[in-house]
Design a protein around this ligand. Structure first.
Ligand code: SF4
Ligand code: SF4
Length: 399
């Protein structure tokens, strides 16, 4: 084990860190543990020492790297522009290739995401399991309804927009896809959905260090939505990964594809700038729910589109901001499954922050635009909705 080097992490990237520590307060694992080795600076120091040969990549060193949630909150906080996301993704892929992280069971589970029939078949089993209290809490699944929304179908051969339906969301949060489709229809746009090749964008695999698999699935996803229409993505994590295809796959075709990808709230905020669309999407309901905004890390620190969430919800809800600079909730792709104790303590801080953010006695609604975050927070007893669902609710019945 000791001879392994992190070959995907460049010495130039490591040297960019000057050790100032300004990233530390933004790191959820450092905040939860107080340990330097669980901070961005500590993890970069481990990468450096391993590659210089002064530190053995033993079980403890692997654990320090593997417990990074990859929220990337340290990146915008860094005055030296250290590309930490690229470094930890490279380190994870080296560790996964050496079979030091991402155990076989998790690889199998991630592999199943491309098999839509397996995911769909799992839903009724999970619903029954939940009713019988047989589903482990560790899976962080919200309570699923017996009936799922119908799947979206292509309504155009050459659509105005593509709606990326993906894997997990298309089984457990399909109502959000329907909200996006409804908003597109009200704005006079036709939509298409990817064929079976677009079953999963590969984001969770990249996160788990399975880089080769993630690139294979990314290439299939690109083939599933041809043409030049924008690709609307209502999962912050998937959107961040798809916007990054231009860099991770690094071909002209991938760069063109990435430029077509747009997050659902970013897309909606753009639509609302058109006065005609703004009129047709004006709130019809007088009801103004109190909504606490929880920015998913891939919205705030990676895509940096969190301002759009405020713009689309303005006038439809009483918005409550959290005073935690967008600290991660602890979900992190499959992180909460791999490191449940650390994930739970990170989530506990977020839940306390949400509960103390409003004096509203009624049900707190949390807006979150990422399926991992929303399921993880819902499993802690919160009501979590995607911002586009809240916009959709403000419009009353479908046209
Ligand atoms: S990506 Fe997130 S968890 Fe990882 S070191 Fe940076 S701030 Fe900490
Ligand atoms: S803020 Fe940047 S330069 Fe400073 S310790 Fe963190 S990663 Fe290194």
């Amino acid at each position: 084990m000791g001879s392994i080097r992190l070959e995907s992490v460049s010495s130039g990237d490591i040297a960019a860190c000057v050790g100032c520590g300004l990233c530390l307060p933004h790191c959820p694992t450092f905040r939860a543990s107080g340990e330097e080795a669980l901070s961005p600076r500590g993890r970069i120091a481990i990468m450096k020492e391993v590659n210089e040969g002064s530190l053995l990549l033993d079980r403890e060193a692997v654990e320090f790297l593997d417990t990074c949630i990859q929220c990337r909150a340290c990146e915008p906080a860094c005055p030296s522009a250290v590309p930490y996301g690229r470094m930890i993704e490279g380190a994870k892929s080296d560790l996964a290739r050496a079979r030091k992280v991402t155990p076989r069971l998790m690889r199998w589970g991630l592999g199943a995401l491309r098999r839509r029939f397996l995911l769909r078949a799992s839903r009724p089993l999970l619903v029954i399991g939940q009713r019988l209290h047989l589903v482990p809490r560790r899976l962080a699944l919200p309570r699923l309804a017996w009936r799922n929304e119908p799947r979206l179908r292509n309504i155009a051969v050459d659509p105005d927009v593509w709606i990326f339906t993906g894997c997990v969301m298309d089984v457990w949060q399909r109502e959000t896809h329907r909200s996006v489709a409804d908003l597109a229809a009200r704005a006079g746009l036709s939509y298409g959905v990817p064929d079976r090749f677009g079953a999963c964008c590969g984001a969770l695999h990249a996160h788990a260090g399975l880089r080769e698999t993630s690139i294979r699935w990314a290439e299939r996803t690109m083939r599933s939505m041809p043409g030049d229409a924008p690709i609307v993505v209502d999962s912050a994590g998937c959107g961040a990964a798809m916007k990054d295809y231009g860099t991770s796959i690094d071909t002209p075709q991938a760069r063109i594809f990435s430029n077509r990808v747009i997050d659902a709230v970013e897309w909606l905020a753009g639509l609302l700038e058109n006065p005609d669309v703004a009129r047709s999407l004006a709130p019809r309901s007088a009801d103004r729910p109190t909504v606490v905004i929880q920015d998913p890390c891939h919205h705030r620190h990676v895509q940096m589109v969190h301002g759009a969430t405020r713009r689309v919800l303005a006038g439809r809800a009483t918005l409550v901001e959290l005073a935690d600079d967008g600290l991660c909730c602890g979900a992190g792709g499959a992180f909460s499954l791999a490191h449940p104790d650390l994930a739970d303590s990170v989530r506990a801080r977020k839940v306390d922050m949400i509960k103390s953010s409003t004096t509203n006695d009624g049900q707190i609604v949390v807006a979150s635009a990422n399926p991992g975050c929303s399921m993880f927070l819902a499993a802690a007893g919160l009501m979590v909705r995607h911002p586009v669902d809240i916009v959709r609710d403000s419009l009353g019945d479908p046209p």
